[in-house]
Every structure is written in C-alpha cells, then in structure tokens.
Design a protein around this ligand. Structure first.
Ligand code: AMP
Ligand code: MG
Length: 408
C-alpha cells in the first residue's frame, strides 16, 4: 500500500476535471468522418423509407378480398419493381406481382410472399385466407421520421452512421477537429530500430506501441522521438511542443530513480494533478497541465504503458475530442489459473478469454506477468481486472475481464 498513490477513480475524476474538449470543427465529406466525433445533432430531412414498399418478392393484394369476397384465386394485373412503380389501379380480385423495395400499388394493403402462393392451370394466383393488412409492407417512416434526431452530438461516427447519413442524402457532416497528440520516449538506454545494440541498450518499443494505439484514435500524431534523460532539454522540448499539441504523452522517467526527471521539470513549468495511481502495473503515472496542454507521463515499462493508456489516456482523448466518456465493459469469467495478488492496488493481469462448450466465459493467464514482459500483452485478448481488495484468485473463482478494444 503506497499512501501517496491515489485510487483509479480519483485519477479519473481529476482527468475529467482537467481535460477540456477542443472547440474547433470542420465540415467533411461523410466518408472522411469515420471514427470522428460528431459536433451537431443531425435531424433527418426526410422519412425513411419515404413511402410504403414491399419487404418481399410476391403479390400485392387487398386483404379485404380474402375476408369478405372469399377470393382465393387472383388475376395478375401488372408488375411493380423497385424504382419502377405500378401505376394502374388494383381492383378487388386482382393482384400485382411485386418485388422487394417496390412501392405498394394503390388499392392493395398486403404483400403475400411468393413462396406462399401457387399459380393455377389457368394462370391465376392462388392465395390462402390466412393473411393480414400490412403483411410484408415496410411502412413510410418506420425507420426514421422526418425531423427525428438520428445522430447525437458527441457520438463517434461508425460505419452504420455513415450509411444512415447517406440514406438521408446528407453528404457532409460537421465534426470536431482532431486533437493533436505528441509523444516521446525518455531513456538513455534506448536506441532506435536500425541502430546497433551496444551493451546495456535496448530498442525503444514504447514509441511503436503508442503510435499504434494512437493511430486508431481520431487524433493527429506527432512523434518526437527519444529524449535524453536530461532536464534542460526535456523542459525546452515540452514548452515548445505545447504550442502545437493538445496532449503530450511521455514514457519513462516518472519513477524515483536518479535519471527520472519528468517530475522535477513539471514542478518548474506545469501544474501537477497526480503522480502516482494505485494500479499494477503502472503506479508511477503523472498528469499535469503545461500552458494549455495536458501532459501524461506514463511509466517506462512496456506493459505499464499499454495498461495506463487503456485506463487513463483513452478517457483523456475521449474528453479532448468532444466525445462522450465511454467506460470499459467488464464481463464475469471463471478463472482457470491461480493468480497471485496482494490487496492495495487495482491490478490488470493479461489473460486469454474464451467461451466453454456451454457458452460461459473462462479466462487463463498469458504466463509471466511482469510489467516488462510485453509478450504477455501481445498474446492476450483481455485484461483480468482484479480490484483493490482482491487478495488472490484460485482456479474456479469468478473474475472480471475487460476484452481488448483499442479503438475505444
Ligand atoms: P523508467 O521508468 O524510465 O525507469 O523505465 C522503466 C523500465 O522500462 C526500464 O527497464 C526501461 O529500460 C524500460 N523502458 C523505458 N522506456 C522504454 C521504451 N521506450 N521501450 C522499451 N522499454 C523501455
Ligand atoms: Mg528511464
């Protein structure tokens, strides 16, 4: 138990209190709006469908003819196709051959599925008496009524939204501008891909996982590279980048080691909200404001980077981009492995979840759980979320899991 570490919920409250949505918007062709945050409520300019039409291939009739006139054999008087309506009138005892999507002809009020009809020797259409008004008819406006609110402000546009907009003839949408997110790695041990790996050096992986995480978000990305463990250059860089970036993310340098300078620099140029959160992995996690820019200092360990990104950076980006806050959905699953844990922190172990033959969720660990073991993330499909009080899990116990969804 670390008395200086704040709880996850306290950290999330501080993020909500600190981060503000970008204000600027742009009006874009709808195909460019996928994944962007809608800025204005979209009211429908028309009804969908605009007129009643057939949901089936079959025959349009007046149901009255069945009930009162006891007609069972109908004379086919014409055809109605999608886009080419039947323009005549359908008298009692007559039917219209109709295809899916065709307008319902005047004088008819039901469509009888082709499969439920028979053609008699004399070419009439035989229909049994078991039918009701409105059968197989899509009514005008049954999906959307003119004036309906179809997409709320703050919604992140998904493929179906784009289809809905197209169905309404709407070609452009006003969305929030993309926030700019800059990121860098700290650490004198880091070398980039392509450079020789001398003794004590490691390849920088955090910038690559961060880039990949960010590339699924509606943000513009600035990769600032590796910054040496040196407070003056770090301070200069941070101050300069606040001019362009809405959010700056760093990894490493936030613990208590002698080469961990972030905290010291933030005390000079920023306003710190917190610097430790009671989670594992990821306790040394810093948030601050520098000028008008949010700064999030993630730990150096690669797994801790992804855990803290999923739990804290994603909510910050949601607020920044003007989207509604969406909290992760947790499922209950049966643990197949023993899991060691001490009370005091929320823990995010890496798991592989699946459904057993009854459809019940079960989960096993990906193996070693150290915060430097990045393959524990790449092999996982979920976090096993163990809350603060949890003191260990035995096989057969129920645990919470959070399936990975990196697109938020
Ligand atoms: P730090 O918080 O800077 O002490 O880093 C904690 C651990 O994470 C150290 O073992 C670092 O070598 C490692 N680490 C820090 N940054 C990176 C990075 N960008 N890529 C891979 N490992 C890193
Ligand atoms: Mg370091």
């Amino acid at each position: 138990m670390d008395p200086d570490a704040i709880s996850m919920s306290a950290a999330l409250a501080k993020i909500s209190a600190r981060v503000r949505s970008v204000q600027a918007c742009e009006r874009l062709p709808i195909r460019e709006c996928l994944g962007r945050v809608n800025n204005e409520t979209v009211l429908s300019p028309l009804s969908i469908p605009p007129s009643a039409n057939s949901a089936m291939d079959g025959y349009a009739i007046a149901v009255d003819s069945l009930a009162t006139a006891q007609v069972t054999e109908f004379e086919e008087t014409g055809s109605a196709f999608a886009g080419v309506p039947f323009t005549g009138c359908c008298a009692p005892g007559q039917c219209v051959r109709i295809m899916t999507g065709a307008l319902i002809p005047d004088g008819t009020d039901a469509v009888i599925m082709q499969e439920q009809t028979e053609i008699t020797a004399s070419g009439k259409i035989r229909i049994d008496s078991n039918h009701r008004v409105g059968e197989n008819i899509r009514q005008a406006g049954e999906d959307i009524q003119q004036g309906d609110n179809v997409i709320d402000a703050g919604v992140r546009i998904n493929p179906a939204d784009i289809g809905v907009l197209a169905s309404l003839g709407i070609g452009r949408l006003q969305v929030k501008r993309k926030p700019t997110v800059a990121f860098f790695s700290t650490g004198d041990e880091l070398v980039s891909i392509g450079e020789a790996l001398e003794a004590g050096k490691i390849y920088d992986s955090n910038r690559y996982s961060l880039y990949s995480l960010l590339s699924r978000m509606p943000v513009d990305i600035i990769d600032l590279g590796v910054v040496p463990d040196e407070p003056d250059s770090m301070r200069d860089l941070l101050e300069k980048v606040t001019i362009q970036a809405d959010l700056i993310i760093s990894t490493g340098g936030v613990s208590v080691g002698e080469a961990d300078f972030i905290e010291r620099v933030l005390e000079q140029i920023g306003e710190i909200d917190f610097n430790k959160v009671a989670i594992k992995p990821g306790r040394p996690l810093t948030m601050a404001q520098i000028n008008d820019t949010i700064f999030m200092g993630l730990p150096g360990n690669p797994v801790a980077v992804m855990v803290t990104f999923s739990q804290f950076v994603i909510p910050a980006i949601q607020i920044l981009s003007g989207a509604e806050l969406k909290r992760p959905v947790l499922f209950r699953a049966k643990a197949n492995d023993k899991m060691r844990k001490r009370p005091g922190r929320d823990e995010f172990q890496r798991g592989i979840a699946s459904q057993d033959e009854n459809g019940d969720w079960q989960v096993r660990k990906t193996g070693k759980q150290g915060s430097g073991i990045l393959t524990s993330m790449s092999r996982a499909n979920c976090f096993i979320v163990l809350d603060t009080e949890n003191a260990g899990v035995e096989p057969g116990d129920e645990v919470n899991i959070q399936l990975f969804d990196w697109s938020w």
